[in-house]
Design a protein. Structure first.
Length: 155
């Protein structure tokens, strides 16, 4: 199952990508939302192989995920591979310069169930795909709006 959304931001591609790849800020933001995030290793600059372990609650159960940065090509794309229980996901974040001061961000996540319970969960998500797509696009729009405001306020 795939979820995909694109948003345009009034900011240059280099600044947008730099903000998206500020992993320390992303980690702090996740922690504020109740996710326990631990970066494995000590890579100071983004590079393929960087890995995080995240603990979170989903549907009332404690879960954990291992997220690995598999591709990093500034300022065009980042690809992450995540494993949580029997569910694997590939998340691709792409940026495209529409002009000097306008950038399109595309988030695409492909879910791949590896166990029966994960298949059942993805199947139930497919049945509710319309609502899930709508919420995913709304979250993406809010994220893009916040990012644009942050970039404008920092100069």
């Amino acid at each position: 199952m795939q979820l995909k959304a694109s948003e345009d931001i009034e900011a240059p591609i280099d600044r947008v990508f730099a903000e998206l790849s500020d992993f320390e800020a992303v980690e702090r933001q996740a922690m504020r939302r109740g996710v326990d995030v631990q970066r494995k290793g000590d890579a100071a600059t983004p590079e393929p192989g960087m890995t995080w372990v995240a603990g979170f609650s989903f549907r009332g159960k404690a879960r954990d995920a291992e997220i690995t940065l598999t591709d990093f090509a500034a300022p065009e794309q980042m690809v992450f591979h995540s494993v949580s229980g029997g569910l694997e996901a590939e998340t691709r974040i792409e940026t495209v310069a529409l002009s000097r001061s306008r950038t399109r961000i595309t988030f695409a996540t492909e879910l791949q169930p590896k166990t029966l319970s994960a298949r059942l969960m993805v199947q139930s998500m497919k049945l509710a795909k319309g609502g899930i797509d709508k919420r995913f696009r709304a979250k993406m729009a809010g994220f893009a709006r916040d990012l644009e405001l942050k970039l404008k306020s920092h100069g």
